[in-house]
Design a protein around this ligand. Structure first.
Ligand SMILES: Nc1ncnc2c1ncn2[C@@H]1O[C@H](COP(=O)(O)OP(=O)(O)OP(=O)(O)O)[C@@H](O)[C@H]1O
Length: 245
């Protein structure tokens, strides 16, 4: 069974149809790029998968059979979403506090939450700035902090909405290394992005959203990436050097 199956999802706003009987599957251990033009519905699709909004019709099935579920009273999530508006998702007074909220909200004991927080901060290279206020971090550090929080969730599937928006090259590298840590931990990731070239070397699956549906869905490899009809969907950045990431 695939990790995620979407079956004929439809969604309209005030009679304007945005997604129309959209279907797709996502294999386990995927790092998928979700590409598509502005306004095609990428963010909406991620919100539907994260259960933040309901479709008008259709079904979403997630296979959590193999997910490590915590014992006892601890809650767990199946899907975590990093939204585009980064600052609105940072809640703590310090980097430490912000990360600590994740295991605390999941119902971990104080000691376990402290252990998880320290581990995630060290793992994501944020330990040295643990006393800094989140709103004083750079854009790349903010996203890393959010990825570190998601790392503690035990979610099977992680959704990232435009994780490279407004970042310089150093920050792009930081976010890419954060995504690599999530992948190494066995999580699957869907990355909605216009900046395909920044993540193509990490990705192993491609989803293109066009005309209210997934118009193209296939495994992505170094060998087949040049055969994808990127131009048909206006997705290859004419200003970026060929896939150099
Ligand atoms: N809550 C809402 N109410 C009305 N229309 C909405 C709502 N949310 C999204 N839309 C519309 O749905 C369409 C898809 O929006 P969405 O933000 O998902 O696109 P996108 O592909 O993520 O765009 P971008 O790449 O620019 O971020 C747009 O036309 C948008 O105006």
């Amino acid at each position: 069974m695939p990790l995620l199956t979407l079956n004929r999802l439809s969604k309209s706003y005030e009679k304007k149809c945005i997604l129309d009987a959209l279907s797709m599957t996502l294999p386990h251990r995927s790092c998928a790029i979700l590409a598509g033009a502005c306004g095609s519905g990428k963010s909406l699709l991620l919100r539907l998968i994260a259960d933040l909004e309901k479709p008008d019709s259709g079904a979403i099935t997630l296979d959590t059979e193999h997910q490590t579920k915590p014992k006892g009273k601890t809650k767990y999530r199946s899907v975590s979403l990093l939204m585009q508006s980064v600052e609105s998702q940072l809640l703590g007074q310090s980097v430490w506090d912000d990360l600590y909220l994740h295991p605390m909200l999941a119902g971990e004991s104080n000691d376990e939450a402290k252990r998880i927080t320290e581990e995630a901060l060290r793992h994501f290279g944020l330990w040295h700035i643990r006393h800094q206020a989140p709103h004083t971090l750079s854009g790349g550090q903010m996203r890393l902090l959010l990825l570190a929080g998601i790392f503690t969730h035990r979610s099977a599937l992680i959704l990232l909405d435009e994780p490279f928006a407004n970042l310089d090259y150093t920050a792009v590298k930081q976010v890419r290394s954060g995504i690599e840590l999530l992948l190494k931990a066995g999580k699957s990731v869907i990355i909605a992005t216009h900046e395909v070239e920044k993540v193509i070397s990490l990705a192993n699956y491609l989803l293109i959203l066009s005309e209210k549906k997934i118009a193209l869905e296939r495994p992505l490899t170094e060998k087949n990436r040049d055969q994808i009809p990127w131009q048909d969907f206006d997705l290859k950045d004419p200003y970026a050097p060929a896939w150099q990431w």
